[in-house]
Design a protein around this ligand. Structure first.
Ligand code: URA
Length: 253
């Protein structure tokens, strides 16, 4: 909500988490509207009742602490770029839509499963930064044969194409013919596919079903999402959030 008399450019910068320069460009490009009317007057004063939108999304209060849990279906890209469409953001319900909403890490277009979304950069880093070693579990369908010592090689750190250093130790479990589970704590690009390729197989299906201690909630069908519960946040295992709990700041537009 704008403060009494707050200039438009200051509010947009604050609420959308953009730089001044990006804000000015957005206003100049008529991407910002006040109470439904496009404006280029970036010094114009606002009042708490004013409704400001950027690209049609209500800026409202920045929903910086809200975390959304999603069952990602296959077929959608975790990207903001129109050229990558269809995008995961296209199925975000209006009450969660915000220009700052980002996926917490990325799943490939043809990967399904547990995906978190948030506007909170600190949370995003806490979950994705390799130094925090938050494990992520993937269920894999593969073709071909995995090396006989695949489990041990994963424990020791597999070298994958495109990287100079081995992956961090990972836990591979053979689940049956053509099926395996892999728990990794990094998020290198296409890491699971590259690890399986390095071990002699080819991934044909990939599904993430756990992050930290949080399993993909059984009430979410592919394509569905909702605000994370306090209990789920505790299971995720991110201490600062476990203490403070989520705050649902999203406004229904
Ligand atoms: N590793 C991959 O190869 N793809 C994903 O989507 C996630 C992890």
């Amino acid at each position: 909500m704008p403060a009494d008399g707050e200039p438009l450019d200051r509010f947009v910068t604050r609420a959308a988490g953009m730089t001044w320069a990006a804000t000015r460009l957005a206003i100049h490009a008529e991407r910002v509207a006040v109470n439904g009317v496009m404006t280029q007057k970036y010094h114009r004063n606002l009042w708490p009742d004013d409704r400001v939108t950027l690209d049609g999304c209500d800026l409202g209060d920045p929903p910086d602490r809200c975390i959304v849990v999603c069952h990602k279906p296959v077929g959608l890209a975790c990207s903001h770029l129109g050229q990558d469409a269809p995008l995961i953001y296209e199925i975000v319900p209006p009450e969660f839509a915000h220009p700052n909403l980002n996926t917490v890490g990325r799943l490939d277009r043809n990967t399904s499963g547990l995906l978190l979304l948030t506007c909170d950069g600190k949370f995003l880093i806490r979950v994705t930064a390799p130094k925090h070693k938050l494990p992520k579990r993937y269920r894999i369908g593969y073709s071909g044969e995995l090396a006989a010592d695949a489990v041990v090689r994963c424990q020791q750190g597999v070298m994958i194409d495109g990287f100079d250093t081995p992956c961090a130790p990972a836990e591979l479990t053979m689940d049956g013919p053509g099926r395996a589970s892999l728990v990794i704590s990094e998020g290198r690009h296409h890491q699971v596919k590259r690890m399986i390729a390095a071990l002699g197989g080819k991934v044909v299906s990939l599904h993430r079903d756990r992050i930290g201690g949080l399993d993909l909630p059984s009430d979410l069908q592919p394509g569905q999402m909702r605000v994370i519960t306090e209990d789920e946040l505790a299971r995720l295992g991110v201490p600062m959030y476990w203490r403070e709990g989520p705050r649902a700041l999203f406004r229904v537009v």
